[in-house]
Design a binder for this molecule. Structure first.
Ligand SMILES: Cc1ncc(C[n+]2csc(CCOP(=O)(O)OP(=O)(O)O)c2C)c(N)n1
Ligand SMILES: [Mg+2]
Length: 326
């Protein structure tokens, strides 16, 4: 699939919102790591830091009624789709005001009213759900689309084959977005996937596949917009592979003994937030003072979310058996 010659026009307001959201994700996950290390959070957390351009680039092209399925590394997708940082942080701290009333933690955050069908601790777990959501959109006669975010580590889950084939046959409005951060836990993608660019697999299903630089938000947005419009027109799925990188370990306790610092430093030079800021400055859409104001505002909003979470009550004993499905 060729990238549209002309990327869809984004207003200054939309561009600044994208910039702000990338900062929100980075700050939220940085603080989540700290809270975990301070012993204030149980479970674990998987930071999305470094990958912000993918979630925000894709979700900016969506409507509120469009749906997304997410992964174990889901905070970025949730913020990008309009999730509430206070309820997210409360969930991370196990509080009754959290998205799952404190019983789900980092990997189960969902907000159906905003089309966020849930993070998922099962690698590849969102694929069937996203395809089902697209099927419902079609059966109901809506033009809503469904995004399935997944990692390179999920590329070889059998359900991906089933989801791709079925959605192609039925021309379902689903876009498979592989976030290829090149590692699944400590395993390098080239150790477990036979092709260097997995987007070529789309050929086997008869729909478009494209690889995009996942560190460049405008490129991600352009490719996602085209795939989304195609799906809305009833022309079926697209596979997007966004090449990206996670700056930190797989999760908070990762010893990171499988990649060297030089590699990380190379990727950090392509930082998605710094790159987009440079673009906005060059275009005259942002100046240093405004950038500073946005960053400080984001810092304050994340601290508010933490305060909200800390001051919220724990779930009560009486609710122990509520919301239990299995
Ligand atoms: C079905 C299943 N198998 C294995 C795991 C353990 N596991 C959790 S995350 C992960 C790696 C996922 O890598 P990737 O999909 O590339 O996502 P990333 O962590 O890089 O964002 C694995 C193997 C799991 N949660 N579910
Ligand atoms: Mg990965």
């Amino acid at each position: 699939m060729a990238i549209a010659a002309e990327a869809p026009a984004l207003t200054k307001e939309q561009m600044l919102q994208m910039y702000r959201q990338m900062w929100e994700i980075r700050r939220f996950d940085s603080r989540a790591l700290e809270l975990y290390r301070e012993g204030q959070m149980r479970g674990t957390t998987h930071p999305y830091i470094g990958m912000e351009a993918v979630g925000v680039g894709v979700c900016t092209a969506l409507r509120n009624d469009d749906t997304i399925t997410s992964t174990h590394r889901g905070h970025g997708h949730c913020i990008a789709k309009g999730g509430d940082m206070k309820q997210m942080m409360a969930e991370l701290l196990g509080k009754a005001t959290g998205y799952c009333r404190g019983k789900g933690g980092s990997m189960h955050i969902a907000d159906v009213d905003r089309g966020i069908l849930g993070a998922n601790g099962i690698v590849g777990g969102g694929m069937g759900i996203a395809t089902g959501s697209a099927l419902s959109a079609k059966l109901l006669g809506t033009d809503r689309v469904s995004i399935c975010f997944f990692g390179d580590g999920a590329l070889n889950q059998g359900v991906l084959h089933e989801a791709c084939n079925l959605s192609a046959i039925w021309k379902l409005p689903v876009i498979f977005v592989c976030e290829n951060n090149q590692y699944a836990m400590s395993a390098r993608a080239d150790h477990f996937t036979s092709v260097p660019d997995p987007s070529v697999r789309a050929v086997a299903y008869g729909f478009p596949g494209i690889n995009v630089d996942g560190m460049e938000i405008l490129k991600v947005h352009a490719v996602a917009s085209e795939a989304i419009e195609r799906a809305r027109r009833g022309e079926g799925p697209t596979l997007i592979v966004a090449t990206t990188y996670r700056y930190f370990g797989h999760h908070v306790g990762d010893p990171l003994n499988y990649r060297d610092k030089a590699e990380v430093d190379e990727w950090r030079k392509k930082d998605p937030i710094a790159g987009f800021k440079a673009h906005l400055l060059e275009q005259g859409m942002l100046d240093e003072a405004e950038a500073e104001r946005i960053e400080q505002d984001v810092v304050a909003r994340v601290e508010e979310a933490i305060e909200f979470a800390k001051s919220s009550p724990d779930p009560s004993r009486e609710t122990l058996m509520e919301d239990i499905y299995a």
